[in-house]
Design a protein around this ligand. Structure first.
Ligand SMILES: C[S@@+](CC[C@H](N)C(=O)[O-])C[C@H]1O[C@@H](n2cnc3c(N)ncnc32)[C@H](O)[C@@H]1O
Length: 579
């Protein structure tokens, strides 16, 4: 504090505060507003209203001038105990919008400019605005005695000066308004040197640029809605570049707001393009400008989840849930479970409980453990471990493309019913359903195309695991055309028939066919080391024994049949397999 009289008052006041710290006061809090960010809360306030209040209070001043002995301390237990002894440079700079209601923003500082005269009845108060253009009444007690002349008030708090408010405390008052309440003069510092950047109204020329950028944003939104994500990305970025070039506009509220939206939309677009690292950077940029921007927080959490940083993702979701009162309990639950899988390994029992627990609508992310796709002699492609795994570990989890009906929590056994083989492969219903899926989704088409073996095994392409992880479609990819014959071949070599058991397990219903897109890459062996397990709509690949690094995963395509050797051979031949 530059002013000596205020300095000594600060010292006195701090001493008093330290002595009184143990006293409890009964304050009226309004829990509904607890923790609500200032920007939401302040929507009810009007700058004009703040000016009018100052004028009214100044007119009451004459009356109070007579009663110099009025106690100038009004009690607020939170504000009274709020003392910040740290120098400004050690505090985190935040904006008014970042302040939470009825909460001391500890070790933070808000820089503001005074835009009204000071007025005082018991508390002194001034209207202040920050660089973002948000404004509020700053109410400070214990700085001036009641009866202080307007001249002293104005010389200490002249309109236009810049102030730093340490440990800002945004209070929702009993009269329904919001103020920044400060009971300790030491928490209020005058900023000498150049005043805060003044917030000029936006010029006509700048408005023009702003409008052009707004139009680009709308254009980007349209591209996004029609799933043209690459185009959306280009348009949003063009708008941002235009804004960045207007350096004199950078602190304008409208510009900042538009930038936040553009960064946030870019983040979502990158999520849709499966560019999660970029999605994270864009959401971070939006949050640097507004740490409370809810959509950006959601996108940050999503990107972190896709980048497998479950711990950080969980923290962001918890902030959304606690500070923003948005119910993301489902996401939190999923993240906690994923985190547990990450830390302890994913066990079959965890996964089954996990799958059984969720509702049908909620999409479980595909999961891939330490595995890779490679070539294996005489069998085409196969799946291998990349490190040692233990019995019971879940190695992959994918949603089946075509799944049998039935209870979602029910376990099914997999096998082939040799008598019905022909029926299943030529099932018209099955093919119509598959064709329908293919037509609908280019991603399904892409995944499915990898299962088409063509004439020559050596020509087979090895898909990247990521194509199964993300619903990612690159518009620059070649269009995939699958003929009816190709589909016939895919179905023949990759679909699995299930024996579906009823609740009691004694009435098997056969002839249910399932088609998995990743799991189909696992080859057959009578010495199986993995089993396939149904979890709701998902198919899990679970290690049946400990498997060493680099070993191929195999399961017995005829596992559940008590077939004699001849019959096995015959059945396996339908898949071109000689055991
Ligand atoms: C479900 S796919 C397995 C993935 C396949 N290797 C690929 O590259 O697409 C089944 C096909 O793989 C080949 N295959 C699987 N297991 C085999 C084995 N033990 N011996 C020879 N070929 C096998 C057969 O051609 C069979 O039709």
């Amino acid at each position: 504090m530059s002013d000596n009289s205020l300095d000594s008052l600060t010292f006195y006041f701090q001493q008093m505060m330290l002595q009184n710290q143990k006293r409890e006061f009964n304050t009226q809090m309004t829990p509904v507003f607890d923790g609500m960010p200032a920007r939401q809360a302040l929507e009810v306030q009007d700058r004009e209203e703040i000016y009018q209040r100052q004028i009214q209070i100044r007119s009451q001043y004459a009356f109070y001038q007579q009663s110099g002995s009025v106690n100038n301390t009004s009690i607020d237990s939170i504000s009274q105990k709020n003392i910040c002894l740290k120098p400004l440079k050690e505090l985190k700079k935040i904006y008014l919008k970042d302040c939470l209601t009825n909460t001391v923003m500890k070790d933070c500082v808000v820089y503001v400019k005074q835009f009204t005269d000071a007025a005082q009845v018991i508390a002194a108060n001034i209207g202040v605005e920050d660089e973002m253009g948000d404004f509020i009444t700053l109410t400070f007690y214990n700085t001036f005695k009641v009866g202080t002349s307007l001249k002293v008030l104005d010389s200490n708090f002249p309109k236009g000066q810049s102030l730093a408010i340490k440990n800002p405390y945004l209070k929702h008052t009993s009269s329904g308004t919001f103020v920044l309440r400060n009971d300790n003069p030491g928490n209020l510092e005058k900023i000498l040197g150049p005043p805060l950047k003044s917030i000029q109204p936006i010029s006509e020329k700048d408005k023009n640029i702003l409008n052009q950028c707004m139009n680009l944003k709308e254009q980007g939104n349209k591209c996004f809605e029609s799933s043209q994500y690459q185009e959306a990305l280009d348009v949003y970025q063009k708008a941002l570049q235009m804004l960045q070039q207007q350096s004199q506009l950078q602190s304008q509220k409208e510009i900042v707001n538009l930038k936040i939206i553009l960064f946030s939309n870019l983040s979502q677009t990158c999520i849709n393009l499966a560019q999660y690292q970029n999605a994270l950077s864009f959401s971070n940029k939006a949050l640097e400008l507004d740490s409370n921007h809810l959509k950006s927080l959601g996108r940050q959490a999503q990107s972190l989840k896709f980048l497998n940083d479950f711990e950080k993702s969980l923290k962001v979701y918890e902030t959304i849930n606690n500070s923003h009162k948005k119910d993301v309990s489902k996401e939190i639950k999923e993240l906690k479970q994923l985190l547990q899988f990450q830390q302890n390994g994913c066990k079959q029992i965890d996964l089954l409980n996990f799958a059984a627990d969720r509702d049908q609508q909620f999409k479980l992310s595909p999961y891939f453990g330490p595995i890779k796709i490679g070539f294996t002699e005489n069998k085409g492609r196969g799946v291998f471990t990349t490190k040692e795994v233990k019995r019971g570990d879940v190695l992959a989890l994918e949603q089946s493309l075509i799944e049998p009906e039935g209870d979602k929590n029910h376990l099914y056994s997999i096998g082939i019913n040799s008598d019905k083989t022909t029926d299943i492969y030529s099932s018209v219903e099955f093919k119509i359903y598959l064709l329908h899926l293919i037509q609908e989704s280019v991603i399904v088409r892409k995944r499915l195309s990898y299962l088409y073996k063509g004439e020559d095994f050596k020509q087979l392409k090895i898909p990247d695991l990521s194509i199964y992880k993300y619903d990612y479609y690159n518009p620059e990819d070649e269009e995939i055309i699958l003929t009816a014959q190709d589909i016939q071949q895919i179905i023949k070599f990759n679909s699995t028939q299930l024996q579906v058991q009823n609740e009691l397990g004694n009435d098997p219903i056969t002839n249910r066919t399932m088609l998995n897109l990743f799991t189909s890459l696992i080859n057959h062996s009578s010495k199986q080391n993995v089993s396939l397990t149904r979890c709701g709509r998902y198919c899990a690949v679970v290690a049946m024994i400990d498997i060493k690094e680099g070993e191929e995963l195999c399961y017995d395509y005829l596992n559940l049949q008590n077939l004699d050797t001849q019959e096995r051979k015959k059945s396996l031949l339908t898949w071109n397999i000689v055991e």
